[in-house]
Design a protein around this ligand. Structure first.
Ligand code: F6R
Length: 632
């Protein structure tokens, strides 16, 4: 169905895995159809995090259902320039790692732009790439991902509609986004060879996939004007293009974000809250000042017709927002406040904070963490992963120097630690770019982060027996690519939960982080809770789960169910708590697209939430942390 706002058909799968399966089946059908006609099937392929699940599904279809790739010819969209073909980060390696090494495609049928050629030969080479596509009969099905700036292939904003395969310069935002695969932005190549927009438009069929946090650019591409500034919007001009996205990536489409504009919606309390909050923010008017005219002029006449009086609606939303604010995250003891986000009893509560990395607890909910402790709850923290890949090598030798010096100072035999230090120094000095650390180095890096986490938890007021390190095995690959959630991860988490029987849990609810560590950590908690519930563990019924967002973003204001205000002093106290994570200060490896330090991000975000509440007409606090309840 093409919704009136959507100019490209959009298929929405529940999860990225479902979406990948759907596309894989469509590809398999095409490959088999071509096989039965004795023809080759020409596929245009993409790299990046998006198609990893698709390739896994194709490999599965090959292994379990005998799907053959003998008649398949592939053309990859792009390759970094310059990059050695065999480098871990090259798209050549990526494609072999995820697909080609596991299926029966003929090596001579694989075409990936060559990122090693001298510059003089590139123009000629690109022309040949186009000719080879034409000679193969053109691309039958082109798979695309999308950059947050709307790029397709490496056609950055401003790329011409008529562009063909060529050498391009990567936008800084693209290099920052892709820095996750390299150890830092400076190592990301500055250029790439990419098929052009016109090359892509010539494909007979195009499928663009997008998961999770791509919702804004998906909506812009599908609903916005066609412009070279948003290359993916040009796909509106293709006669057979479909977007396959997951539910999270669909969140900014008008039919979901503002369904009242897309032809009627059911006015649930949540929907009313969203519509009124959005209108209030858009008009920059406090909620209680919105008039019937404001409703009518902003697509909400339907709501007025259904509910009657605008002021009544204003009040309803105002109370919802007001009641989400509390200084008592564990519930206020000995009083009965029905609209309070948490129950007042039992008091005190056993609370468990799950922290995916060793610093997410303090960064994302440090103020709440401290309040829970101050208000007398039995607060525990469980660090889910070791976080060992995000420590620079310099820290290893610095801390080992300390260990050797410490032993020496107290006449402890330091021969062994000196030996380990010597080996570490020699290992690190000959370590190649992108080489994974040895098990010893990883263990030392993990220890460094554990000590920082312990120091922070103590600073918050926890005793050692309230600090738990789960060291979930899915994380321990030594590289950025992690394993999926495994049985052992669930077993460890269930054991922790059963031992504590918490009445309140906090975890990082980064739902739109399909390939990241936070999402896996969240899935592990969800799955553990589901299993415990199914197993009849009684305490689970009385356990409430609150989700905070990790370091990267915040809940939409209309989603927030519990907002914990912070005083200016608490903001500073939280900042000092974040500072304790020294290995994460300044330039950390795998910084991502935001170059600010974690404490800066946390402060801007918490102040931002407080400001939005104030803009809506609530009391203005210095900062606020925000939570959404997960009902399972
Ligand atoms: C990759 C490519 C790029 C990516 C895009 C999204 O071959 O051409 O356009 O599809 O940058 O990347 P991910 O999927 O990593 O978010």
């Amino acid at each position: 169905m093409i919704d009136s706002f959507e100019k490209i058909p959009v298929r929405i799968a529940k999860t990225p895995k479902d979406g990948a399966r759907l596309v894989a089946l469509e590809m398999a059908t095409l490959i088999k159809e071509k096989q039965s006609l004795g023809q080759q099937c020409v596929l245009g392929l993409a790299t990046g995090s998006t198609p990893i699940g698709l390739y896994a599904e194709l490999v599965k279809l090959h292994k379990e259902e005998g799907l053959s790739f003998k008649n398949v010819v592939t053309f990859n969209l792009d390759e970094y320039y310059t990059i050695e073909r065999d480098a871990f980060q090259s798209y050549w390696s990526f494609m072999h790692r995820h697909l080609f090494n596991h299926v029966d495609i003929l090596p001579e049928n694989i075409n990936i732009p060559n990122g090693e050629l001298p510059k003089e030969g590139i123009k000629q080479y690109c022309r040949q790439y186009e000719e080879t596509i034409e000679k193969a009969g053109g691309i039958d099905l082109q798979i695309l991902g999308i950059g947050n700036n709307g790029h397709i292939g490496f056609n950055e904003p401003g790329s011409s509609l008529f562009s063909i395969t060529r050498l391009v310069t990567l936008e800084n935002s693209t290099r920052i986004a892709n820095a996750r695969d390299f150890q830092g932005i400076s190592q990301v190549p500055r250029m790439a060879i990419t098929m052009g927009i016109s090359t892509i438009l010539k494909a007979k069929k195009v499928i663009l996939m997008a998961w999770g946090n791509k919702s804004a650019i998906v909506a812009e591409s599908v609903e916005g004007i066609v412009t070279e500034q948003v290359p993916a919007s040009i796909l509106q001009q293709h006669h057979d293009c479909t977007f396959v996205i997951d539910e999270l990536a669909s969140g900014d489409l008008t039919r979901f974000k503002s369904p009242w504009l897309a032809g009627g919606c059911e006015w649930t309390n949540q929907m009313i809250k969203r519509a009124v909050v959005n209108t209030s923010l858009k008009l920059n008017k406090p909620i209680l000042s919105l008039t019937t005219n404001d409703y009518n002029e902003n697509g909400l006449s339907d709501l007025i017709v259904e509910k009657g009086d605008s002021y009544e609606i204003n009040l309803q939303v105002y109370y919802m927002l007001r009641d989400s604010i509390t200084g008592w995250p564990g519930g206020k003891p000995n009083v009965h406040i029905p609209a309070h986000p948490e129950r007042s009893s039992p008091y005190p509560k056993r609370c468990l904070v799950f922290s995916p990395h060793p610093d997410d607890d303090i960064i994302s909910m440090g103020g709440t963490f401290m309040r829970l402790v101050e208000q007398g709850h039995d607060v525990h923290v469980a660090y889910q992963t070791s976080g060992n890949i995000a420590v620079t090598d310099e820290f290893v030798t610095r801390f080992m120097d300390f260990a050797v010096g410490f032993e020496h100072m107290f006449d402890i035999d330091s021969n062994k630690s000196q030996q380990i230090l010597k080996e570490a120094k020699s290992y690190l000095s000959s370590k190649k770019l992108h080489q994974a650390d040895s098990a010893d180095i990883r263990a030392i890096k993990g220890l460094i982060r554990r000590c920082e986490a312990k120091a922070t938890a103590r600073y918050v007021g926890l005793k050692d027996e309230q600090i738990h390190f789960l060291n979930l095995p899915f994380y321990e690959t030594g590289t950025i690519e992690k394993n999926p959630m495994g049985e052992k991860d669930i077993e460890i988490t269930m054991k922790m939960l059963r031992a504590l029987k918490p009445q309140q849990i906090y975890c990082a609810g980064d739902l739109a982080d399909p390939h990241g560590t936070h999402k896996v950590c969240l899935d592990i908690v969800f799955e553990s809770m589901r299993r415990l519930k199914a197993a009849g563990d009684d305490w689970v019924k009385d356990c409430w789960v609150w989700l905070y967002k990790g370091a990267w973003q915040e809940w939409d204001i209309d989603e927030i169910e519990m907002a914990i205000p912070m005083s200016p002093d608490q903001v500073v106290k939280k900042r000092f708590g974040i500072f304790i994570h020294q290995s994460q200060k300044d330039a950390v490896p795998f910084q991502g697209s935001d170059t600010r330090e974690f404490w800066q991000r946390a402060e801007v975000r918490n102040a931002g939430t407080a400001n939005l509440y104030a803009q809506l007409g609530m009391t203005k606090y210095a900062a606020m942390e925000a939570f959404v309840r997960w009902k399972y």
